[in-house]
Design a protein around this ligand. Structure first.
Ligand SMILES: O=C(O)[C@H](O)[C@@H](O)[C@H](O)[C@H](O)CO
Ligand SMILES: [Zn+2]
Length: 301
C-alpha cells in the first residue's frame, strides 16, 4: 500500500483582505480568485507565477468562466461580464434593488451553464451583519434571473452532485451544509435538507467544492481547515488543517484537477494574529490528497 504524502504550501502571498471564489482555468494554467473588499479579480499563472489584477467599482464576491470568452463575476448586486483584455465590465442583471446594504457573496456555474449566486447584507465585521437579508439567485444563459428563496444570512458555498441531481448549498450562519433535489433541465430546486452540521471547533462553513467521488470539501472560516464530507452518510471523512485561521473557499485545479487551492482572509485578524499567520490572505496549494476534482462549468450566456 502506498501512502499519499500530502503537502500544503502557500504559493502566493497576496495579502487578500478576503480571498474567495478560487476557479481553475485550464486553458491558461491559471487560478482565478477575488478579493471581495479590495474589489479585485485576480489571475495567478501557475507556470510563470505572475498575477494579473483587475479592480472593479464595487465588492466582487465571485468569478466564473464564460464559454464565449472572458469571465462573469458578481460585483455589488450585479451579475457582470468581464473582458480581461481591456478590463471592461458589462452589467448583465441586477438583484436586490430595494436592499441598498446588500451585496452578492459566493457564486458558481451549474452543469447547464447557469450562474448561481446569493446575496447578504454587508458586514460591519466578519460574520456581523443584519440577518436574513440575503437571497439565492441564478442568471440564466438568456440573462434573465430567477430567485430561489430569501431569508439568507450569508449565502456561501455551492456545488452540484456528479449526477447533477443534487444541489449543495451553505448559508454560513446556519452552520449546516444543505442539499436540494436538482432539476438540471429547469434549474429548479426542491426538498431542502441538512446533510452535515458543523462541530463547534469547525467554526463557520464557507466555500465548498465536490470531488470526483461525490464527496464535499468545505472551507471552515475561523476553523483553519478544509473538511471532506460524505453527503450520503452525513459523516466527516477527513480534516486538513492549514496554517491560517480564516480559510474561505477551495477548488480543485492543476494537472488533472489533482491539486486543491484554498483561499483565505486577513480581515478580522488582530495584529498578533497577523504576526502569527504571515501567510493569511495568501493562496494555498494542497497536493497529495489522493482524490481529484472536476473542471469548473462555464457560463453559457
Ligand atoms: O467570504 C465570504 O463568504 C464572506 O463574504 C466573508 O465575509 C466571510 O467568509 C464571512 O464573514 C464568514 O462567515
Ligand atoms: Zn464565502
Amino acid at each position: 500500500m502506498t501512502m499519499s504524502s500530502m503537502k500544503i504550501e502557500c504559493v502566493l502571498r497576496e495579502n487578500c483582505r478576503c480571498g474567495e471564489s478560487p476557479v481553475w482555468e485550464e486553458a491558461s494554467n491559471s487560478l482565478l480568485f477575488v478579493d471581495i473588499p479590495a474589489k479585485k479579480v485576480c489571475r495567478w499563472d501557475s507556470l510563470s507565477k505572475q498575477v494579473q489584477r483587475v479592480t472593479m467599482d464595487a465588492p466582487v464576491s465571485s468569478v466564473a468562466l464564460r464559454q464565449s470568452g472572458g469571465y462573469v463575476a458578481t460585483v455589488g448586486t450585479k451579475f457582470c461580464a468581464l473582458n480581461w483584455e481591456d478590463q471592461s465590465a458589462v452589467v448583465l442583471a441586477t438583484v436586490d434593488k430595494e436592499k441598498k446594504n446588500n451585496r452578492f457573496n459566493d457564486g458558481k456555474v451549474d452543469p447547464a451553464g447557469r450562474y448561481f449566486a446569493g446575496t447578504m447584507a454587508e458586514e460591519t465585521a466578519p460574520a456581523v451583519l443584519e440577518r436574513r437579508q440575503g437571497s439565492l439567485y441564478s442568471l440564466f444563459p438568456d440573462h434573465h434571473v430567477e430567485k430561489y428563496f430569501d431569508q439568507v444570512d450569508i449565502s456561501n458555498g455551492l456545488d452540484w452532485s456528479m449526477d447533477h441531481k443534487i444541489f449543495y448549498y451553505i448559508d454560513s450562519l446556519s452552520y449546516s451544509v444543505d442539499a436540494f433535489d436538482y432539476d438540471l433541465q429547469t434549474g429548479k430546486i426542491s426538498n431542502r435538507r441538512s446533510v452535515y452540521k458543523l462541530e463547534k471547533e469547525e467554526q463557520i462553513p464557507d466555500g465548498m467544492c465536490i470531488d470526483v467521488e461525490g464527496k464535499l470539501w468545505v472551507a471552515c472560516y475561523n476553523g483553519g481547515r478544509v473538511i471532506r464530507l460524505d453527503p450520503e452518510t452525513g459523516k466527516r471523512l477527513q480534516t486538513v488543517k492549514l496554517p491560517v485561521d480564516k480559510t474561505t473557499s477551495c477548488c480543485f485545479g492543476g494537472k488533472d484537477y489533482s491539486e486543491m487551492y484554498v483561499t483565505c482572509a486577513r480581515d478580522g485578524l488582530d495584529s498578533k494574529g497577523l504576526l502569527q499567520q504571515p501567510e493569511a490572505g495568501g493562496i494555498f496549494k494542497i497536493t497529495g490528497l489522493g482524490v481529484k476534482g472536476i473542471p469548473p462549468y462555464p457560463y453559457t450566456g
